[in-house]
Design a protein around this ligand. Structure first.
Ligand code: PLP
Length: 397
């Protein structure tokens, strides 16, 4: 027996553990101080009433012989029509036409950003942005793949563009981005689609934050870009769109047009899913199906507007302080430059000790994150205002 030694190459999940450890140590040493976390990547508002009502109804369905559901429908890899139809209609509103067989319901985008690698050879080279959502990196280390980086820097607005001299087979793109909050325009994404076509590569496009996009020029789906169906798989999630972080539901789109070496990637993924996955629960799917109804969308818009307002409170605070940042407008993340040339961890300590505010050090997301700091809009409005008042008092001189 041999273990997968690639696991030994993984770095300890240092970032969030260290943020938690330092915060807990500070709290223990200063019990009277109220520490505010602007580091949370989890949502805080409850599910929309339309979602709750649909889930209650689905529970009742499970209680009656006539409406009870076991395994989901085989024909669509266990996706129920009500949910698939609502996803297709949501894409249609973005100008994208998809077929039911192209949408695979999942238990969230995190699982599929790793699971999808099953259909690709371990010999492929993967291109990942730096800084990055850590899971993209770790799942490829586990699989022993060669990883190359696309540098996201202040100079390119944290939106790296294709470099013709770099050879890649699999390309991860996340827009709006975690951690930088930067989002690609459709024109910029077209350059990535053309590059992928030239390289015969496949783009794994993570649209988990697409619902935060308001600017028309920015993409909400990579399929809004011409030719993308031939090169891209899209991962999406109800987590940040509709507060499903604890419920677990997402979807992965593998277009019929995506063919490599004469083989349909849609067929490979369908085969993989029907072998290793038995579907997302009926109750969860019915709750998710309510998200893109007229009532559901109105309600989740209210929640997203609440987070957008928090983002505005933070960006106004940074504007007032003359601190540069990206994100916050089409994203719940604000990626700020650490003041006075501090490193990410120096600023973390400074802010914790002097303002009792916690953020996430940018260096934990990759080498290019050094000198930057991530704040999130997922807290309460009251805490966000208080944290900003404290930051202003601390940093105004
Ligand atoms: N993709 C990105 C870029 C994320 O930031 C997150 C969560 O923070 C996820 C995926 C995970 O989404 P899910 O809850 O659907 O697994």
């Amino acid at each position: 027996m041999k273990i997968n030694e690639n696991f030994l190459k993984l770095k300890e999940n240092y970032l969030f553990a260290e943020v938690g450890r330092k915060t807990a140590a500070y709290r223990a040493a200063h019990p009277g101080k109220e520490v505010i976390r602007l580091s949370i990547g989890d949502v805080t508002l409850p599910l929309a009433p339309a979602v709750i009502a649909a889930m209650h109804k689905a529970v009742d369905d499970m209680a009656k012989k006539e409406t009870f559901k076991g395994y989901g429908p085989d024909a669509t890899c266990y996706g129920y029509d009500a949910l698939l139809d609502s996803i297709l209609s949501s894409y249609a509103r973005k100008g994208v036409q998809l077929g039911k067989g192209e949408v695979f319901i999942s238990d969230g985008a995190k699982s599929d950003c790793g699971n999808i690698l099953d259909i690709f050879s371990a010999e492929n080279t993967v291109l990942i942005p730096d800084p990055v959502y850590p899971a993209y990196f770790d799942v490829n280390v586990m699989a022993g793949r060669n990883i190359v980086f696309a540098a996201a820097t202040e100079e390119n607005g944290f939106l790296p563009m294709p470099d013709e001299s770099v050879k890649a087979d699999i390309i991860y793109i996340c827009s709006p981005n975690n951690p930088t909050g930067a989002a690609y325009t459709k024109t910029q994404l077209k350059a990535w689609v053309d590059y992928a076509k030239e390289q015969n590569a496949v783009i794994l496009y993570d649209a988990a934050y697409e619902y935060f996009v308001t600017d028309e020029s920015l993409a909400r789906s990579i399929y809004q870009v011409e030719g993308a169906k031939e090169v891209a798989i899209e991962l999406c999630s109800y987590s940040k769109t509709a507060g499903f972080t604890g419920v677990r539901c997402g979807y992965t789109v593998v277009p019929e047009a995506l063919v490599r070496g004469g083989v349909s990637l849609n067929r490979l993924w369908a085969r993989r899913q029907s072998t290793k996955f038995n579907g997302t629960s009926y109750i969860t799917q019915m709750g998710a199906a309510a998200v893109f109804t007229e009532e559901g969308e109105r309600q989740i818009d209210e929640n997203i507007n609440y987070y957008r307002n928090n983002a505005k409170i933070i960006t106004s605070c940074l504007d007032g302080l003359g601190v540069s940042y990206t994100g916050g407008k089409n994203s719940p993340y604000i990626w700020m430059t650490c003041p006075h040339g501090m490193t990410s961890w120096e600023f973390f300590d400074y802010l914790l000790e002097n303002a009792n505010v916690v953020g996430t050090p940018g260096s934990g997301f990759g080498n290019n994150g050094e000198g930057f700091f991530r704040l999130t809009a997922f807290g309460t409005e009251e805490n966000t205002r208080e944290a900003c008042a404290r930051m202003t008092a601390l940093l105004k001189n």
